[in-house]
Design a protein around this ligand. Structure first.
Ligand SMILES: Nc1nc2c(ncn2[C@@H]2O[C@H](COP(=O)(O)OP(=O)(O)OP(=O)(O)O)[C@@H](O)[C@H]2O)c(=O)[nH]1
Ligand SMILES: [Mg+2]
Length: 456
């Protein structure tokens, strides 16, 4: 008994010890079970039947209640020097579905409980090992659809985005401190109201914030595959265009109007960026129940599109009335079948909507269309690449911060009331803090971390 007691590590029993299979489900050479919390060392050590050292891999025979489960490596980390900041144990076993679940069950039998999705990262956040933007960077790294997205997410995980946010936050704080000092110590006769320095700093900060918003927007687009939806009247060549962009025969093409019913999704690599294209039935009048369902699905796809490509048959002069498209989503008009209409390929004189002439049959104008697609999404393969990944959540917080600051500056310029400006700066700073999680995000945490996978 005394010997067993010696195996138990004293650290942090106030929190549950959590366990999960950290590697993907399925067969593999190696799988890893991760444990975090006060019992993790004692569970690992009793599975191995001996005491182990931190950060020293040990080859062990995993045994539970005299039942030999597997042989593998154990790696222990002592909190706070671990991913979660707590005592952590990693059990490296063979990657079989049954082996891993037997080992996990043994951990649960010894007092651990199953980790919820994202709970390891959540604990890392709670123990200040990662801020919120870094934790999100970690999730985005795992989900990265392209190498570029992976590089950006890795930068966010290392703290590049958080650093940019913190620099801005500090600038807001410094200005506020100055203004509050000037209010509190009027006898110092710091005439901050006429201080050009303050106005300059305010406008510099606003400019930096605008730049950060642009970068975060680009970073957010890169970290998920943008959705591009093809729509247009029957037979205009939507499916032919998808096939041409994919350089493969993905969708059925016939001269029968109403060929496509289901939404056909295809990931396509444009200059190293993965974009998700969806070919649809388009939106039109129909009576056939299959077509109606197809149109319903097209509508749904259009509602979540990042970019809509409306295909028009350039050889047909009767375009008729145009279908209703969701507002606020960029649209490119594609004049197709120019091999029949004899129109020159490429960008057409602007009429408010970007219009590109192509032939899905011959491939004419396709590369110009590809560039127009990237440009419409605010993505570019040759101009500067965003130094970090970001999310929609971050973009809207930055925009809210921008709105508060802009209003604060306008108010200050009008009334010269320093107290109100100081309060606006405090609000802007607090809002910004929601990105890294230094302020008021408790209600959000569950939502953010539950979208992570188990074992992360
Ligand atoms: N000449 C010529 N024919 C084309 C071109 N693009 C498509 N077509 C033809 O137009 C017809 C319809 O093409 P699809 O790609 O099936 O058109 P769609 O818009 O997907 O049609 P639905 O799925 O029925 O709505 C087929 O016979 C194609 O071969 C083009 O650029 N030039
Ligand atoms: Mg089609």
């Amino acid at each position: 008994m005394a010997e067993q007691g010696g195996l138990i590590d004293g650290g942090g029993l106030d929190q549950d010890t959590i366990a999960a299979i950290a590697t993907p489900a399925g067969k593999g050479g190696v799988a890893i079970i991760r444990l975090s919390g006060g019992l993790s060392w004692s569970i690992a050590q009793s599975l191995c039947g001996r005491a182990l050292q931190a950060r020293t891999p040990a080859l062990c025979t995993f045994k539970h209640q005299n039942d030999i489960i597997d042989q593998g490596l154990v790696l222990l980390f002592k909190g706070p020097h671990s991913f979660t900041g707590e005592d952590v144990a990693e059990l490296h076993c063979h990657g079989g579905v049954v082996i891993t679940s037997m080992l996990l069950d043994a951990c649960l039998a010894m007092g651990a409980r199953m980790a919820r999705p994202g709970e390891f990262s959540e604990r890392a956040f709670m123990n200040n090992k990662l801020d919120l933007a870094q934790a999100e960077g970690l999730a985005d790294l795992i989900d990265a659809p392209t190498r570029q997205a992976a590089r950006q997410a890795a930068a966010s995980l290392r703290g590049a985005f958080s650093e940019a946010v913190n620099t801005l936050g500090n600038a807001l704080l410094q200005i506020r401190i100055y203004i509050e000092a000037a209010i509190d110590f009027p006898e110092e006769e710091v005439d901050f109201l006429s201080d050009e320095g303050i106005r300059g700093q305010l406008s510099d900060t606003l400019t930096a914030l605008t730049e950060l918003i642009a970068n975060a927007q680009q970073g957010a687009l890169m970290s998920k595959a943008a959705k591009i939806v093809l729509t247009g009247k029957p037979n205009v060549g939507k499916s032919s265009l998808l096939n041409q962009l994919a350089r493969d025969q993905i969708a059925i093409v016939t001269d029968v109007p109403g060929t496509t019913r289901d939404v056909i999704k295809q990931a396509i690599n444009l200059g190293g960026l993965i974009l998700e294209f969806a070919d649809t039935a388009g939106i039109r009048e129909a009576s056939d129940i299959i077509e109606l369902e197809g149109i319903q699905r097209a509508r749904k796809a259009l509602d979540t599109a990042d970019l809509i490509i409306r295909v028009i048959d350039d050889s047909e002069k009767m375009e008729g009335e145009t279908e209703q498209l969701p507002t606020g989503v960029p649209v490119i008009h594609v004049l197709n079948k120019i091999d029949l209409s004899n129109r020159p390929a490429g960008a057409q004189p602007a009429s408010g909507v970007t219009t590109m002439a192509v032939s899905a049959a011959t491939g004419a104008g396709i590369s110009a269309l590809e560039s127009a697609i990237l440009a419409a999404l605010g993505l570019s393969t040759d101009t500067g690449i965003t130094p970090f990944s970001a999310r929609e959540r971050h973009v809207s917080i930055l925009q809210a911060t921008h709105a508060i600051l802009k209003e604060g500056i306008a108010q200050f310029n009008q009334t010269g009331a320093g107290e109100i400006l100081a309060e606006d700066l405090r609000r802007a700073h607090d809002t910004l803090g929601e990105i890294t999680g230094v302020v008021g995000v408790d209600a959000l945490l569950g939502e953010i971390f539950s979208s992570f996978c188990i074992g992360k």
